[in-house]
Design a protein around this ligand. Structure first.
Ligand SMILES: *[C@@H]1O[C@H](CO)[C@@H](O)[C@H](O)[C@H]1NC(C)=O
Ligand SMILES: *[C@@H]1O[C@H](CO)[C@@H](O)[C@H](O)[C@H]1NC(C)=O
Ligand SMILES: *[C@@H]1O[C@H](CO)[C@@H](O)[C@H](O)[C@H]1NC(C)=O
Ligand SMILES: *[C@@H]1O[C@H](CO)[C@@H](O)[C@H](O)[C@H]1NC(C)=O
Ligand SMILES: *[C@@H]1O[C@H](CO)[C@@H](O)[C@H](O)[C@H]1NC(C)=O
Ligand SMILES: *[C@@H]1O[C@H](CO)[C@@H](O)[C@H](O)[C@H]1NC(C)=O
Ligand SMILES: *[C@@H]1O[C@H](CO)[C@@H](O)[C@H](O)[C@H]1NC(C)=O
Ligand SMILES: *[C@@H]1O[C@H](CO)[C@@H](O)[C@H](O)[C@H]1NC(C)=O
Ligand SMILES: *[C@@H]1O[C@H](CO)[C@@H](O)[C@H](O)[C@H]1NC(C)=O
Ligand SMILES: *[C@@H]1O[C@H](CO)[C@@H](O)[C@H](O)[C@H]1NC(C)=O
Ligand SMILES: *[C@@H]1O[C@H](CO)[C@@H](O)[C@H](O)[C@H]1NC(C)=O
Ligand SMILES: *[C@@H]1O[C@H](CO)[C@@H](O)[C@H](O)[C@H]1NC(C)=O
Length: 752
């Protein structure tokens, strides 16, 4: 970057005084710097930096090398003052010889694969102002004797450093400090604030600290951002925290902090972003928001907060996000939403709010996500919601709303509404509206489950061609399953269980496009604060899905009055994960389903199935939940493959003529078999094939299953609800492992 020209220019000036030619006076880099760089390269496992040390006649000009910047040292030498080798895929250790670059001001090794510990020499560079070691695999302790008097920016985030976090005593110009995503333990030491009045940003998140929230941050009087999320801190917030009048971001999410939220928070008048979610804070939310005139982001979900919404929130005209879900808040929702024009995300779910939905909510013309689920709200959806054109996600589940017909009429023409979750409402004996609804053209997720609705599967659903998730289970719907249901090309999660549906399963359900091919549907809006909660009224269990793309591709028809046989065409649904036909009146034999390579859960229990369990099912490597209980099945329970793990007798119970382990019946030849196999040839053929496959296939097959199963178990947790508190952590973990594993094992696992 112009380093070449500058020395020559200086040399030309020198020409006035000395008879030197430009070429002869070519400045080279200092030999001690050169040695240091050579030592550094020796620590690398592979070097494609293109640095060439082999200049014989004259020493090479390292200042022209990639990543290096220099400053004029003396007439003849330049000194290395900057080394930026970020994003270079470098591997190996950070050599102590870097300590020889004693004029170094900037060192950036971010986003490489350096491992091992960092030599103490690096922490003693007297002129170093910027040190960025983030995103490597460095470990070990930061030397206690470190001395970086000039440091301004210190970023060692996303490594595996341990021990106590560095204090950088005597670094009076320190401004930005980031030790997040490491394995530091012990207390958070606010001694870092003793010497530096210029610290602006402290980032401690995602470490393994312990102990109470320390006093002392008050000494960091210029602090604008303080992040301590997921650091393991306990105790209450000390008073001096509330003297940081420059603070604009405070992130304390995911600790075990308790006590009340002090009214002194009003002194933090520059706060823009505050997140105290996932802690044990209690008491009322202080009514001080008129003092927080910059506030845009206030998240306090999953605490033990009580009382009502502080009225002063209405004075917070800058507010864009308000997330208070999963607390114990009471009272009505009577903010002046007309005064909150920038609000675009509001979630008050899982509290004890009562009263009606405020009709002026649609005056928040930027509102995209609105969650009021699981409160004690009553009444109808206000007609003003016809104007709520910005709305993308609406969850009202688990309240006492009435008049589903009116609700659907009001909402049907909202152009952006894609997620509508209404379950567990309208329970006063309403029926599923079949006429008068034409809209919802963009709807992707529709959940009207557990509303005690009578009527049938409504025909207007046929026009919802973008629908991906449909759940109208736990109602009293009658009639048959319409053929068009299988023609909704994007539908991959269909739950119409626990109704009183009759007739046969339409063949179209075996031809559902999004279940025949694996299409990785993308989530269009991050729904971090809007998990889908589906209540189950049978056992009180509920499922929580973080986002709809984590719904497992499913067809759930259980507990109806369906007749006929299992469609052999289901075998073509290679992307289906869950097939539940239990508690119906289905008869006939179990067809070959061995091509359903993603199937994890197959429940055929409590029907009238006959014949044998096809041994080909042992090829369903992901099948971890299986039941054929209470049918009229007969013959030997298959062995091998996945059946080695499906050995819980309750899977097979209630089938008098099934034999072999894990049942207690012996498969003696003499035993009468009232349901002989139709095609014996095919049967033995298959068995032989299986045995042949054992030798080579089993070893690799086992590993494939084992590796993927380990991972899939954690993935499954994503949709089988954990406690709300755990949820966000698990989500992060799961998303990471999805990504990681998906990268590693290539196209093996399609994501839906
Ligand atoms: C280090 O380099 C990365 C990648 O070029 C850059 O994003 C980052 O800002 C740099 N660090 C500092 C402190 O400038
Ligand atoms: C890290 O560096 C690689 C190239 O080595 C680049 O592809 C990747 O985008 C970088 N990651 C980040 C977060 O900058
Ligand atoms: C660094 O990683 C290499 C493998 O890439 C390994 O051989 C070496 O032992 C590691 N060094 C340390 C100190 O962990
Ligand atoms: C530290 O580095 C990480 C990774 O490069 C980056 O995401 C983060 O923003 C940096 N921290 C600060 C405070 O700049
Ligand atoms: C701190 O910064 C000031 C102003 O940039 C500078 O004059 C001073 O030399 C720096 N102190 C140290 C120890 O680097
Ligand atoms: C910071 O000041 C406190 C109180 O005087 C003292 O106990 C602590 O040792 C100091 N820490 C550092 C790193 O100077
Ligand atoms: C603030 O720093 C001073 C020393 O600079 C120290 O005496 C004092 O105890 C510190 N305050 C806290 C709360 O640690
Ligand atoms: C908050 O500010 C007021 C004056 O605005 C002051 O009297 C009070 O001491 C401050 N509280 C704290 C904890 O700093
Ligand atoms: C609500 O806020 C709007 C806009 O700030 C204001 O005009 C209106 O008077 C307020 N309504 C009430 C009831 O305070
Ligand atoms: C919505 O805002 C408009 C204009 O600010 C106002 O006239 C109207 O009264 C508001 N609606 C409600 C329900 O407050
Ligand atoms: C919708 O908004 C228009 C103008 O913005 C207003 O005239 C109308 O009354 C509103 N409708 C409802 C149902 O609030
Ligand atoms: C589906 O949409 C078409 C065109 O918009 C309309 O004519 C038809 O009546 C709709 N069908 C149902 C069942 O609502």
């Amino acid at each position: 970057m112009g380093n070449r020209g500058l020395p020559c220019y200086f040399s030309l000036l020198l020409l006035l005084f000395a008879p030197l030619s430009c070429s002869q006076s070519q400045q080279s880099c200092d030999s001690s710097d050169l040695n240091a760089l050579q030592g550094f390269v020796e620590g690398l496992q592979s070097s494609d930096l293109g640095w060439s040390f082999n200049g014989r006649s004259s020493s090479p000009d390292c200042c022209t090398w990639v990543g290096i910047s220099c400053d004029v040292g003396s007439v003849l030498v330049k000194r290395v003052i900057g080394l930026d080798l970020s994003d270079k895929s470098l591997k190996g250790s950070v050599s102590s010889s870097l300590g020889g670059l004693d004029q170094l001001k900037q060192l950036n090794l971010s986003n490489n694969s350096f491992n091992g510990s960092v030599p103490v020499e690096l922490f003693r560079l007297p002129h170093l102002e910027l040190l960025d070691l983030s995103m490597n695999m460095l470990s070990g302790l930061i030397p206690a004797e470190s001395n970086l008097p000039s440091i301004r920016l210190f970023n060692i985030s996303a490594n595996s450093f341990s021990g106590t976090h560095p204090i950088l005593a005597g670094s009076s110009n320190l401004s930005v400090y980031d030790v997040s995503f490491n394995s530091f333990f012990g207390p958070v030491d606010t001694g870092i604030c003793n010497s530096s009045g210029s610290i602006q940003l402290l980032q401690f998140s995602a470490n393994m600290f312990s102990g109470d929230f320390p006093a002392g941050f008050g000494n960091c009087s210029s602090l604008t951002e303080l992040s301590l999320s997921k650091t393991g801190l306990t105790g209450t917030l000390p008073d001096d925290l509330f003297t940081l009048s420059s603070l604009s971001l405070l992130n304390l999410k995911g600790n075990t902090l308790s006590g009340i939220v002090s009214t002194n928070i009003r002194n933090l008048s520059n706060l823009v972003h505050i997140d105290i979610s996932l802690n044990n804070f209690s008491g009322v939310i202080p009514d001080v928001f008129d003092s927080l005139s910059e506030l845009e982001y206030f998240a306090a979900f999953s605490n033990k907060l009580t009382g009502g919404l502080p009225p002063s929130l209405s004075n917070c005209s800058t507010l864009a996000l308000l997330i208070l879900r999963n607390n114990s808040l009471t009272g009505t929702i009577d903010l002046n939403f007309t005064a909150l024009p920038r609000l675009n995300a509001l979630n008050l779910a899982s509290n004890f709010f009562s009263g009606r939905i405020p009709p002026d909510l649609p005056n928040c013309t930027q509102m995209m996500t609105l969650g009021l689920a699981m409160n004690n709200l009553v009444g109808e959806i206000p007609s003003s919601f016809k104007n709520f054109t910005s709305l993308y996600y609406l969850s009202l589940s688990g309240n006492n709303f009435s008049n589903l017909f009116s609700a659907l009429q009001i909402l049907q023409n909202l152009p952006n509404l894609r997620n509508l979750i209404l379950n567990t409402n309208f329970r006063g004996g309403e029926s599923m509206p079949t006429q008068g609804i034409q809209g919802f053209a963009n709807m992707e997720v529709l959940i009207i489950e557990n509303c005690a609705l009578s009527g049938s599967i409504p025909p207007w659903l046929a026009n919802l061609t973008n629908l991906k998730v449909m759940d109208i289970s736990w109602n009293h719907l009658t009639g048959t399953i319409p053929l068009w249901l299988g023609n909704l090309d994007n539908l991959f999660y269909l739950d119409i269980s626990n109704n009183s549906l009759t007739g046969e399963i339409p063949t179209s359900l075996a031809l559902m496009k999004s279940l025949m091919y694996s299409n990785s549907s993308q989530e269009s809006v991050a729904s971090q604060y809007y998990p889908f909660v589906i209540l189950r009224n049978s056992s009180g269990r509920s499922l929580e899905y973080k986002q709809y793309s984590s719904f497992p591709p499913s067809i759930i028809l259980s507990n109806n009055k369906l007749v006929g046989s299992i469609l052999p065409g289901f075998n073509g649904l290679v992307n289906l994960h869950v097939l539940d036909l239990s508690f119906n009146d289905i008869s006939g034999t179990i067809p070959d389903l061995s091509d359903m390579s993603n199937l994890e859960s197959l429940d055929l229990s409590n029907n009238h199935l006959t014949g044998a369990i096809p041994s080909s099912l042992s090829r369903l490597h992901f099948l971890s939940s299986f039941s054929v209980a209470y049918n009229n099945l007969s013959g030997k329970i298959p062995t091998g493959g996945q059946f080695n793990t499906l050995n819980d007798p309750s899977i097979y119970t209630g089938n008098y003529y099934l034999c072999g382990p894990p049942t207690k019946n012996n498969c003696s030849d003499e035993e009468p078999n009232p349901y002989p196999k139709r095609d014996d040839n095919n049967g033995t053929h298959e068995t032989i094939w299986l045995y042949l496959g054992m030798g080579s296939g089993f070893a690799t097959g086992f590993w494939g299953v084992y590796v993927v199963f380990l991972f899939r178990r954690s993935w499954r947790i994503a949709y089988f609800r954990m406690t709300d508190k755990l949820f966000d952590d698990i989500y992060v973990m799961v998303v990471l492992s999805w990504r990681r594993l998906n990268g590693k094992i290539g196209g093996q696992r399609p994501i839906s």
